[in-house]
Design a protein. Structure first.
Length: 580
């Protein structure tokens, strides 16, 4: 800021002005009008007005440097805002940007740019695709427009996004391995246990092509799909992914990606945890050598008859840390005579039995658990489904159609004949009690197969964390809106998922820095709402509500954006700090 003296015919006026830059052009802004020299002479009791004004400006500059100067903004109720002028910008992306640069993604982009010798800014494009996927998830065209909402403006054109996607697809493996290596510098990676799962994404098209093929869609959509296989580390942070044809058997997707992890990530000894659908015998055998191991769920219903009989037998159950055996058929009677505290303890207990089984010269450890809490949960779900089934029978039987194994309509029995064997005039519907009784026999039981010899409770604990990889898919599909996919070319589809994958890594790291105290919806919605109003020549005024979340966010990242105004110089420092 500086002192400006404006001489007119009748008086000399003193102003505090400062230089501002807009669209690369320099201009001046009046910060404060101090008055005329004559009026100041009267107020200052003979003190030199110009000398006083110079000292006043010096003091303002000192306070501004110390972030203590009060900012006065003048508005006119008769002056229109400039047409087309953007006045509000999102600053929530700055916290994602901090992690983006800590992961060295700007350096990864630089290496790729040198390799392909293109002239567009890949780092700017990739970063905006990632910030947009978390905060404003949408199509590539919409993301290009929405990226202008961020305080730091994009410096690329729409056609360059599509060129960048083609390059990113070619470098998917390099990005994943480099990202893992860089992540070790900012967070501990628990690679002793790796979780693997597979899901699919549908397209708003009907024509099969490349990886887009018709297959069993988990979204129940009659559209072509692609499959995504995902490895997650033991702390819930994604490790690696692959995109496969929609009609490919998902059991065949595990080994190729795991081999890449072994070679590109230089990992060798780990436990792979999957659900039963991905646990083919070939996959189990693959992880029964070279220091690797597996833990996989095992359907009790699909066990061989003698193993099923053993698993459901009420006798021979144990609790972890004790050799005492229990008869689980007596638990309900024991509950009936127990106090509230004693009932709570019984409900919380997980009983188990185990044995080694050998099939096709391959040995595995079969662990079966039983808990009253899990049994009651299953019965609660089933009773709710039975109520729905009865409601359909009573009110709208025309809705009864063929159903899948988990549909509530499986409890509906259709009768087309009378007890005398004659053809009935209409179809009769009732609740199938035989199916209910058959399902109830398995309530509370849960099976796991492994080649580990460790403590049962630790193996069960690892298996229970599979929900986190399922949550990863849910976040990508629901919060990041990774589906439906509108891209057509396989390389652009691959690039679409690399941006989703990187976004998920950054989000998970952010979540952990906040000590996992906030829900996904809370985190993303509040980042989206962290808007700032531009005060020309002064800085940015926060327009969002300060909350426990924003306090935790600022505490975790060691910079604040919740002062009444963030000066231009302060915001520039934040930009710089988030890009270290």
């Amino acid at each position: 800021m500086r002192l400006q003296i404006v001489n007119s015919k009748n008086a000399a006026s003193l102003y505090v002005v400062k230089s501002i830059y807009e669209n690369g052009k320099r201009s001046s802004k009046v910060v404060e009008k101090l008055g005329t020299v004559a009026s100041l002479e009267k107020k200052l009791n003979g003190q030199d007005p110009i000398e006083w004004a110079r000292k006043y400006v010096e003091e303002l500059n000192r306070k501004e440097k110390e972030e203590k100067r009060e900012v006065l903004v003048k508005y006119s109720p008769s002056k229109l805002i400039n047409k087309g002028e953007q006045r509000s910008f999102n600053g929530g992306y700055l916290f994602l940007q901090k992690i983006y640069y800590e992961l060295g993604l700007h350096k990864i982009c630089k290496e790729i740019s040198i390799k392909y010798k293109f002239d567009f800014d890949l780092n700017s494009i990739l970063s905006r695709l990632i910030y947009g996927r978390v905060i404003f998830p949408s199509s590539k065209l919409a993301t290009y427009e929405l990226s202008k909402k961020f305080i730091e403006q994009p410096n690329f054109d729409l056609h360059q996004i599509y060129r960048a996607l083609e390059v990113l697809a070619k470098e998917t493996d390099f990005i994943q391995s480099s990202l893992y290596e860089n992540s070790l510098k900012i967070t501990k990676r628990n690679t002793g246990v790796l979780f693997y799962d597979c899901t699919n994404y549908f397209f708003e098209i009907e024509q099969e092509d490349g990886n887009k093929q018709y297959g069993p869609s988990k979204d129940k959509k009659p559209n072509p799909i692609v499959q995504m296989g995902l490895f997650m580390d033991g702390d819930g942070i994604p490790l690696a992914f692959s995109i496969n044809r929609g009609n490919m058997n998902e059991q065949l997707t595990l080994k190729p990606l795991e081999k890449k992890i072994i070679s590109d990530f230089e990992l060798s000894k780990f436990v792979v945890c999957t659900d039963a659908g991905l646990a083919s015998e070939a996959n189990r055998k693959f992880n029964d050598k070279d220091g690797r191991a597996f833990i996989t769920t095992q359907s009790i219903k699909k066990l061989k008859a003698h193993l099923k009989k053993w698993a459901l037998d009420a006798e021979g159950w144990k609790l972890s840390g004790s050799n005492k055996t229990y008869d689980i058929s007596k638990l309900d009677k024991l509950m009936g005579n127990a106090t509230f505290e004693e009932k709570a303890k019984i409900i919380s207990k997980v009983f188990y039995k185990e044995r080694w089984i050998k099939e096709n010269d391959f040995e595995q450890r079969l662990i079966v658990t039983y808990s009253i809490k899990y049994r009651d949960y299953q019965r609660k779900i089933r009773n709710s489904q039975i109520e729905r089934a009865q409601k359909v029978i009573d009110n709208n039987p025309t809705k009864i159609k063929k159903c899948n194994a988990n549909d509530y309509k499986r409890f509906i029995h259709k009768t087309s004949y009378t007890p005398d064997g004659e053809i009935a005039e209409g179809e009769l519907y009732s609740i199938d009690k035989a199916i209910i009784q058959k399902e109830e026999a398995f309530d509370g039981f849960y099976g796991v197969c492994t080649n580990l010899e460790g403590d049962v409770s630790e193996i069960i604990k690892v298996n229970h964390r599979r929900w986190e990889i399922e949550e990863c898919f849910r976040i990508m599909k629901s919060e990041f809106k990774a589906r439906p996919v509108f891209l057509k070319n396989d390389d652009r589809i691959e690039a679409h998922f690399i941006t989703c994958f990187v976004s998920l890594i950054i989000y998970r790291i952010l979540e952990k820095r906040l000590n996992e105290e906030f829900t996904c919806h809370k985190i993303i919605s509040e980042l989206r709402d962290m808007n700032f109003k531009v005060i020309k020549g002064e800085g940015y005024e926060p327009l969002y509500t300060r909350t426990d979340f924003t306090d935790a966010l600022h505490e975790a990242f060691s910079f604040r954006t919740d002062y009444q105004i963030i000066t231009t110089s302060k915001m520039k420092k934040i930009f710089k700090d988030t890009k270290k």
